[in-house]
Design a protein. Sequence first.
Length: 336
Amino acid sequence: MSRRSPRLSIIIKALNEERLIDACLKSVVGEAERLDGEVILVDSISTDKTVEIAARFPIRIVQFRVLGDRGCGAAIQLGYQFARGDFIYLLDGDMALEPGFVEVALRYLESHPEVAGVGGRLIDLQVKTAADKRRVAHYGALQREQDVLDLGGGGLYRRSAIESVGYAAHRWLPAGEEAELGARLIAAGWRIVRLPHPSVKHTGHDESKAQMLIRLWRSRRLQAYGMLLRMSAGTPWWWRAARTSWHVFIAPMLYLLTLLIAIVSLEFGLSFRTSVIVSGFFLWAGVLGVMVVRKRDLAEGVFAIGAWHVYSLAALIGFSYPIGDPFEPIDSRVIQ
């Protein structure tokens, strides 16, 4: 690879992606060579053949030294520590770039100096959970460019924009790194845009809703929303962080509404305890009814309400975590 600074750096974060990393890198390497770019694979100490497969390609491979350091935010920031390009593309190891999109994104950023980052339409190859279905519907409705709050699913960023807000991703944030970056950029006056062009194919996880919830809990990705709320407190972008984390407030707000209804019910001569029980029963029965109609399935409705409680509990736990310095360098080793 050339010693001079490339125009483009493509950062790929990967953990145990031996099934998909070959397709990912095949989609990336040619684009990087054609557009004067470099490819940096950040490996989160994979225990499968991810690194072995990746080493067949003309790319740089860096790996965390400390298991406790790895995470979604840390992987992006570690790649950024090594990136030399004027433009930074962020990609996951279970994705494959659509031919030509990076060039479209580069041209867009070069002609729109006020835009910090640009993404495209994500194409899901596996649609299993409600989150998958919402994402498919969202991207399917994207027919023209639009300003967005963040580039979930990856995108191309202007390096100077990232430098203006300090860092690419908070190294201690286990998820929600795109939302945190987007909030900082918009608060600093930058725009973030999503184009209707297909950008990546996303394979994702072959799992049920319950399996997804368990995986996100164990990896602390659910707790990340509480961490995001804590780190945004007192910043110009706290409201954007709260909007991103709206789902963690659903259950608490419904309990608050139950309490308010119970207080009003005291006017009818009921005891406070009875008011709370009656109000809670009718409110949650109504919520369940709405969710069953929306989901068209009783089990789906019950699961959705249960998930709200899990989100809130995880956020509360995450909010209690101490937040480290995002500028602390990440210890790593260069494999290739």
